[in-house]
Design a protein around this ligand. Structure first.
Ligand SMILES: Nc1ncnc2c1ncn2[C@@H]1O[C@H](COP(=O)(O)OP(=O)(O)OP(=O)(O)O)[C@@H](O)[C@H]1O
Ligand code: SF4
Ligand SMILES: [Mg+2]
Length: 380
């Protein structure tokens, strides 16, 4: 990728960078659209107890203004039967990470530039196979997307088609996974799924259009669609942000119940620490496209180490806090197109030392499960 040390670029240099980036986009796009034998993307898990291992993932957007490194070397695992929560402020790369796992990054601008996404899948005969999703040609993604990995989005109205009934959309999911099913079988399965997600009068909802349902009901429908294929991993990106608090609690309960029912794992993306505390076994804290701390929910809540994580905890509203006492992390995230060489949190950090002017900090292991990227812990 074209780089320069100067602060300003001439028109000629800008055009040269654009040409080079176009070349990179083209070759990544061709790689994505190639035909490949399964053996090319079969791999092994580092730890057999994980269902997903994201390893040094880089997902970039090649914009006219420059390269946005939205996900810049992210690594974390999702263990089997666990819920992993990803937190971080708006724009830190949570959604781009999950869209990369689903291979939903919009090309040619958006591309997985490098890294591995190992996923333990089951083939049609029930045999376990590990795929590197980042290497899979897009034509093979149906093997995992919507089948073994299901995604629940923030705003169900944008994911449901307004011109088809709920029943038509649910039946469609059954037909995709079981093309030999009869219309009656698909209908029975759809009504069973609506029942499972706690929808009262599922027969009536089956014949309703999305706009006839409340937000909470629509999210339940989305969850039932996600579950129709018995996924091994559910990715829920801000699944309750558009809902009011009581419905939010019901949807979270539902997700928890369903995780046990399908015996699977959840990757839960949210900016709400309260939801994380309630739902997650492990927490990944992201900042400006990088993981800056990760650990068990207990480690992150009772022994947060990174100054950003500590700030996040302090800025969490409680029953006793008012707008004057609520902590606010000062400053802004650096420009994603021109990230500094040093720690990205430096300009906002009150614990910054001389060392922080140097290289970006390495990820330090402080317990078997707790990791932090901050120079304060270098010697420990
Ligand atoms: N299509 C795109 N083109 C250019 N940049 C993009 C595109 N999509 C996302 N980005 C950039 O990638 C970065 C990460 O975005 P992402 O959507 O993952 O954030 P997020 O953590 O999910 O935030 P939020 O909490 O607001 O949902 C942001 O800086 C965003 O501007
Ligand atoms: S590395 Fe330095 S600047 Fe960055 S978070 Fe740690 S103390 Fe703060
Ligand atoms: Mg998002």
């Amino acid at each position: 990728m074209a780089k320069t040390n100067k602060n300003y670029l001439s028109g000629k240099e800008i055009r040269a960078i654009a040409r080079e980036n176009k070349k990179i986009m083209k070759s990544l796009e061709a790689y994505k659209n190639r035909k490949a034998d399964e053996s090319e993307y079969l791999t092994r898990m580092k730890n057999k107890d994980n269902i997903l291992e994201i390893d040094k993932l880089h997902t970039y957007f090649f914009t006219e203004q420059g390269v946005v490194k939205a996900v810049n070397g992210v690594s974390f695992d999702v263990p089997q039967n666990a819920t992993v929560g990803v937190v971080g402020e708006s724009g830190c790369g949570k959604s781009v990470t999950s869209m990369s796992v689903m291979r939903l990054i919009q090309g040619p601008t958006g591309q997985i530039y490098s890294g591995k996404i190992r996923f333990k899948a089951k083939d049609k005969k029930g045999k376990e196979k590990v795929y590197d999703i980042a290497k899979m040609p897009i034509s093979d993604i149906h093997k995992i997307r919507g089948d073994q990995i299901a995604m629940i989005f923030q705003e169900p109205m944008t994911s449901l088609n307004p011109v088809f009934t709920i029943g038509q959309q649910l039946d469609e999911v059954t037909f995709i996974h079981n093309p030999d099913a009869t219309k009656e079988e698909a209908r029975a399965k759809s009504i069973e799924m609506l029942n499972l997600v706690g929808i009262a009068m599922p027969e009536r909802v089956y014949y309703s259009f999305p706009h006839e349902l409340s937000g909470g009901m629509r999210q339940r429908v989305m969850i039932s669609m996600a579950l129709a294929s018995d996924p091994r991993l559910i990715i829920a990106d801000e699944p309750t942000t558009a809902l009011d608090v009581t419905i939010q609690a019901q949807i979270l309960d539902l997700l928890r119940d369903l995780k046990d029912k399908i015996d699977g794992s959840i990757l839960l993306i949210t900016h709400d620490l309260g939801i994380i505390a309630e739902m997650a076994d492990y927490v990944v804290v992201m900042y400006a496209g990088k993981v800056i701390e990760k650990g068990t929910v207990d480690e992150i809540f009772h022994n947060p180490l990174h100054p950003y994580t500590i700030g996040l905890q302090k800025s969490k509203p409680t029953l006793n806090s008012d707008s004057e006492t609520l902590y606010n992390i000062p400053g802004n995230v650096p420009n994603p197109i021109n990230m500094p060489k040093h720690c990205y949190f430096k300009e906002r950090c009150s614990k910054c030392t001389a060392k922080c002017w140097g290289e970006y900090p390495d990820m330090i292991q402080v317990s078997p499960t707790h990791f932090v990227a901050c120079h304060l812990y270098d010697e420990e």
